[in-house]
Design a protein around this ligand. Structure first.
Ligand code: TYD
Length: 219
């Protein structure tokens, strides 16, 4: 039996990812398709715990090396993802519900490698967990690509207090790390979308990539 389509939206903070995702869902829902929105970090359990740490910019300065901090975040994000997969993603995909996730393991490979964790270890863990059916490989990973100055300008416009990774020194490393994803995740279908363009154009482009993958509910 075919499962629903699993689509991951990826990109730097400030890429406009959440807005593009919302408009894309609006465009594609209906016509016999059922689409569920979800996100990582999740909003319960481990995910909520991660969000508290990010808001507090954990770890406190001088308490541990960048590598140690990246190692802790890596483990927390994978733990959240394994729970999310078992409790939410698998049960819904098996009901032929299409799932759009605001971030998945593409974020861990990009963000935690930009934090200094070895990218090949992150990619190796992804392959191992996928192989053991503990996390799901997306049918398509859409990376919303913007330049660092655009991301910074969009973040400044939100007026929100920046969290740990919304940092002008971190974003250039993150941009480079996203560019490395195809090399380190060769089994993934990763498509970069120019998200510098007007929102409408970006949404039309993203919809045209996703539409052929969607699965209809059984009659
Ligand atoms: P974000 O998508 O910005 O959540 P929200 O829009 O609800 O605030 O995710 C929170 C942060 O977590 C963001 O800076 C990216 C980071 N992150 C990682 O570093 N690794 C990961 O594996 C994931 C899923 C997110």
């Amino acid at each position: 039996m075919t499962r629903g389509a699993f689509i991951a939206f990826e990109g730097m903070d400030g890429s406009g990812k959440s807005t593009v995702m919302e408009k894309t869902m609006f465009e594609l829902s209906g016509n016999g398709y059922s689409i569920r929105w979800t996100a990582e970090p999740t909003h319960q359990g481990t995910g909520k715990h991660i969000r508290d740490r990010l808001n507090a910019k954990w770890p406190p300065k001088g308490t541990m090396s960048d590598l140690a901090a990246a190692a802790v975040y890596t483990r927390l994000f994978f733990a959240d993802r394994i729970e999310h997969n078992a409790l939410d993603i698998q049960p819904n995909l098996s009901k032929r519900i299409n799932i759009f996730t605001d971030r998945s393991y593409g974020s861990t490979v990009a963000y935690q490698s930009a934090q200094g964790y070895p990218i090949e270890k992150l990619a190796g863990e992804v392959e191992w967990l996928v192989g053991k059916s503990m996390i799901e490989r997306p049918d398509l990973m859409v990376v919303l690509d913007v330049s660092v100055p655009t991301a910074l300008a969009r973040l400044a416009k939100t007026g929100k207090k920046p969290d740990k990774f919304e940092d002008p020194e971190f974003l250039p490393k993150l941009h480079e790390a996203y560019g490395n994803l195809p090399k380190y995740l060769p089994n993934d279908r990763i498509e970069f979308v120019d998200a510098e363009r007007p929102l409408k154009e970006v949404v039309v482009d993203v919809c045209s990539r996703i539409r052929p993958l969607l699965v209809k509910k059984a009659a």
